[in-house]
Design a protein around this ligand. Structure first.
Ligand SMILES: *Cc1c(COP(=O)(O)O)cnc(C)c1O
Length: 226
C-alpha cells in the first residue's frame, strides 16, 4: 500500500493553479524515494534537491529521464559528483562556482544549464549576487569564455514574511533585473529566458511577477521531516 497517494493529488492541484508557460520543479529534498516515485507516476519529471549526497543517492535509483535541478547552495568541491547528470544548477552565487561547473561539465563533454541567484530578500538566505554584484560579475566578462555552461536566467527568493507587498516588491525587483541583464548581456542568447521565483508559500504572487519556473516542495510533498 502506498502512503503517497496524496502526492499525486497535491501535484495536480498545484499544476492546475499554474498558468501556461510556468514550469514546476518539484522540490523533493528530505522526502523518500517513494514520494518522488509517486510524483513521477503522476507525470512529474523535474525535481529539485539541495544536498549533493541525497541527490546522488536518489538519482542512482530513479528513472533516467528525470530532469534534476540542484536548487541549494552548492560547494565547489561537490560539483564533480553531480556534473555527469545534473540538468540545471539553479543557484549559482559566485563566478568561482560558475568556473568550476564549466570545468566539470567539460570533463563530461556536457553543457550544464545554470541560473544566477540573486540576493534581494531580507535575510532569507545569505547566498546570491546583490544587484550590483551581479552587474559587476557580468561586466567583468570572464563568463563569456565558459563554453560548457549555459546561463539560462535568474533565480531569486523573496523575503520570508507574510507581507505580500514586500514579497511582490522583491519579485518585481528580480523581474526588472532580469530585463536589464537580458538587454545588456544576453540580448542574443535565446536560452536566457528563465525567471525562477516562487515556492509553496509565495508562488501565486511569483507567477503574477512573471515567474517562468516555480520551485515547490511542501505544497506537493507535505511537510519535510528533517
Ligand atoms: C526548499 C526550497 C524550496 C521549496 O520550498 P517549499 O516552501 O517547501 O515549497 C524552493 N527553493 C529552494 C531554494 C529551497 O531550498
Amino acid at each position: 500500500m502506498s502512503g503517497y497517494a496524496d502526492v499525486a493529488l497535491r501535484l495536480t492541484k498545484v499544476r492546475e493553479t499554474l498558468p501556461q508557460g510556468v514550469r514546476l520543479v518539484a522540490v523533493s529534498k528530505f522526502h523518500p524515494v517513494e514520494a518522488l516515485e509517486a510524483a513521477y507516476s503522476a507525470g512529474q519529471r523535474a525535481f529539485g534537491e539541495s544536498h549533493e549526497q541525497e541527490l546522488s543517492r536518489k538519482q542512482a535509483v530513479l528513472p533516467g529521464d528525470i530532469e534534476w535541478h540542484f536548487i541549494g547552495h552548492l560547494q565547489t568541491n561537490k560539483v564533480k559528483y553531480i556534473a555527469p547528470y545534473i540538468s540545471m544548477i539553479d543557484a549559482v552565487d559566485s563566478f568561482k562556482l560558475l568556473k568550476e561547473i564549466n570545468k566539470q561539465a567539460a570533463r563530461h563533454g556536457r553543457v550544464i544549464k545554470v541560473l544566477l541567484e540573486l540576493h534581494i530578500a531580507e535575510e532569507a538566505t545569505k547566498y546570491g549576487f546583490t544587484p550590483d554584484g551581479l552587474r559587476r560579475m557580468l561586466d567583468e566578462g570572464g563568463w563569456r569564455q565558459l563554453e560548457n555552461v549555459e546561463i539560462c536566467g535568474l533565480m531569486a527568493m523573496a523575503t520570508n514574511t507574510d507581507d505580500e507587498n514586500r514579497i511582490r516588491q522583491d519579485f518585481n525587483l528580480a523581474a526588472s533585473l532580469f530585463d536589464e541583464v537580458k538587454a545588456k548581456y544576453f540580448a542574443d542568447a535565446g536560452g536566457f529566458c528563465e525567471r525562477s521565483w516562487g515556492m509553496s508559500g509565495d508562488y501565486k504572487i511569483a507567477v503574477g511577477c512573471r515567474s517562468t519556473m516555480v520551485r515547490i516542495g511542501t505544497a506537493v510533498f507535505g511537510e519535510r521531516e528533517y
